[in-house]
Design a protein around this ligand. Structure first.
Ligand SMILES: [Zn+2]
Ligand SMILES: [Zn+2]
Ligand SMILES: [Zn+2]
Ligand SMILES: [Zn+2]
Length: 160
């Protein structure tokens, strides 16, 4: 988990799953009793219990919650990124934050140089990475030229 809820005890209990006690993730609704649970929670529950946790109706009677009101409320819940400690990120924006902007997310250099580090250090690394690549290309070129020179000198003396 890369985030935690801000003021979690103030979040409406209507938005919390009674299995995990956290705000719903992909909420699913029992069509018989109307109770809602997280998708993963109810799937795990059903594997063992085979019935709805509240109405005890056997068999799988759940469908995804489609109510915009509920989904929007869940999306707007404020969380804190536990990697960079930034607060007040909407829960629905957290994935974007992690994959695009979080300075403490670990990223890999796209140049296949093997560098791995915090995103906040990546720009600096890129500058150094480009320099060392240019340097490598230049030394490679020069060593080729020197190799060809030596080879031609050798050939010259051998076949003279
Ligand atoms: Zn749950
Ligand atoms: Zn039920
Ligand atoms: Zn972050
Ligand atoms: Zn690199």
């Amino acid at each position: 988990m890369t985030y935690k809820y801000i003021n979690e005890d103030q979040i409406d209990v209507e938005l919390k799953c009674t299995i995990c006690d956290e705000p719903f993730q992909s909420p699913m609704n029992c069509i018989i009793c109307g109770n809602t649970y997280c998708k993963t929670c109810i799937l795990q529950w059903m594997e063992k219990q085979k019935s709805c946790p509240s109405c005890r109706q056997t068999g799988y009677h759940f469908q995804p919650v489609i109510s915009r009101v509920v989904l929007n409320q869940l999306n707007r819940l404020l969380v804190q990124c536990t990697l960079c400690q930034q607060i007040n990120i909407q829960r629905s924006n957290l994935n974007d934050h992690i994959s695009c902007t979080c300075p403490k997310q670990i990223v890999n250099c796209i140049n296949n140089c093997g560098w791995r580090g915090y995103r906040e250090n990546y720009q600096q690394h890129l500058i150094e990475c480009r320099q060392s690549q240019v340097f490598e290309i230049l030394t490679l070129r020069w060593s080729k030229i020197i190799f060809i020179l030596i080879l031609s000198v050798l050939l010259y003396f051998t076949f003279r």
